[in-house]
Design a protein around this ligand. Structure first.
Ligand SMILES: NC(=O)C1=CN([C@@H]2O[C@H](COP(=O)(O)OP(=O)(O)OC[C@H]3O[C@@H](n4cnc5c(N)ncnc54)[C@H](O)[C@@H]3O)[C@@H](O)[C@H]2O)C=CC1
Ligand SMILES: CC(=O)C(=O)O
Length: 373
């Protein structure tokens, strides 16, 4: 199979979908990999390293997009829709629930769109989302701590306090991968941390992991309102796979926070959990202020630490790319239920139920479509 790897074009997105090690793997199995010149630079991978691994460098995005399968990191932006065509296999993060135009472009052009974030193992975990959630979760606590500093617009507190001065309060809504990693760093900084989750079993696990060092609360509007009101930093890490994130933190709750508090909406890639987050922000201009609270809503947080993120991401994506390349997408997905869960659009249909529901579109089961093709 011929695999194309274009450069990422989102603001400050320095990750790339393939490392030279990944190229070596695919080439060793008889595939051809075409990398757009300079695509790996932001992650510290030079064109020559890809060539030494057996890949070919192409000059333009159009050339990289002209292959049988395109591997990317972030969802395509409107200027990339011109490259869509029938039968193209697109393997990348897509986050389609909050993206009606992208969903339409993929179905109109009959792209086989396999979303990293909905590839799901039988134990319900999301192996291609997890490493980036680990990165973003850890970053969320660091970023929150930074923006609480006065010169960054915050109220001017140190999360860990000092002897004789109270520690800062951090509430994390969603105790999955983002939440757990945010908690680790926030606790490491010395903050007073509360995690809120809907799943009591998850709260038990968190209690076992962190013990008395952490507060856990079941998710309901009252607990969220009380915790948000007394927090200096609130981090949103809720996910219902494939679906638009629920708005759990209302405008009234944001108004109840102290001036100079900070919210970090990590779940913004699925639409975000804060009612007052009305736009996606960028690494260039990461925050805005509303009701005196600093709002951070960058949808590609790991793009700021591309060396770590690219390696962590490709560690998990390349084995799945190999299955698709070796068997063809149809057999690979029929043989591997986890990969089948990744198909979001196929033959002009939306094949992920939560995405179809988000846009009021007809849903078709990918397995059924593939077995009748
Ligand atoms: N902004 C960025 O750059 C990045 C964003 N993300 C996003 O972060 C979000 C979280 O991802 P993960 O932690 O990997 O998901 P996860 O599936 O590991 O965790 C989600 C947690 O949310 C909980 N939850 C569901 N409904 C809830 C509710 N009503 N109240 C409280 N908790 C609830 C679940 O029980 C689960 O524990 C996703 O939207 C993901 O795409 C991930 C990486 C980077
Ligand atoms: C998961 C995601 O959206 C990211 O890593 O950018």
């Amino acid at each position: 199979m011929r695999i194309g790897v274009p450069s990422e074009i989102k603001n400050n997105e320095n990750r790339v979908a393939m490392t030279p090690a990944g190229v070596l793997n695919l080439v060793a199995s008889g595939h051809e990999v075409y990398i757009q010149t300079g695509a790996g630079e932001g992650s510290g991978f030079a064109d020559e390293e890809y060539e030494q691994a057996g890949g070919s460098i192409v000059e333009s995005a159009a050339q990289a997009w002209s292959m049988d399968m395109v591997m990317k990191v972030k969802e395509p932006l409107p200027e990339e829709f011109i490259y869509f065509h029938e039968g193209l296999i697109l393997f990348t993060y897509l986050h389609l629930a909050p993206e009606p135009e992208l969903t339409k472009a993929l179905t109109d052009n009959k792209v086989v769109a396999i979303a990293y974030e909905t590839v799901q193992l039988p134990n319900r975990t999301l192996p291609l989302l997890t490493p980036m959630s680990e990165v973003a979760g850890r970053m969320a606590a660091q970023i929150g701590a930074q923006f609480l500093e006065k010169p960054k617009g915050g109220m001017g507190i140190l999360l860990g306090g000092v002897p004789g001065v109270k520690r800062g309060k951090v509430t994390i809504i969603g105790g999955g991968v983002v939440g757990t990693n945010a908690a680790k760093i926030a606790m490491g900084l010395g903050a007073d941390v509360t995690i809120i989750d809907l799943n009591p079993e998850r709260l038990r696990q968190l209690d076992d992991i962190f013990g008395a060092e952490i507060n856990t609360l079941i998710s309901n509007p009252l607990n969220i309102a009380l915790a948000v009101a007394e927090s200096d930093l609130v981090i949103g890490g809720v996910l219902i796979p494939g679906a638009r994130a629920p708005k759990l933190v209302t405008e009234e709750m944001i108004k109840s926070m102290k001036p100079g508090s900070v919210i970090v909406d990590v779940a913004i890639d699925q639409g975000g959990i804060f009612e007052t987050v009305d736009r996606i922000t960028t690494h260039d201009n990461p925050t805005y202020e509303k009701h005196g609270v600093l709002h951070y809503a960058v949808a590609n947080m790991p793009g700021a630490v591309p060396r770590t993120s690219t390696i962590a991401l490709t560690n998990v994506t390349v084995p799945y790319a190999l299955q698709i390349a070796n068997k063809g997408y149809s057999k690979a997905c029929l043989d591997n239920e986890a990969l089948l869960q990744g198909i979001n659009t196929l033959n002009g249909y939306v094949t992920y139920r939560a995405v179809a529901e988000a846009h009021g579109l007809e849903y078709k089961e990918a397995g059924f479509l593939l077995s009748t093709m």
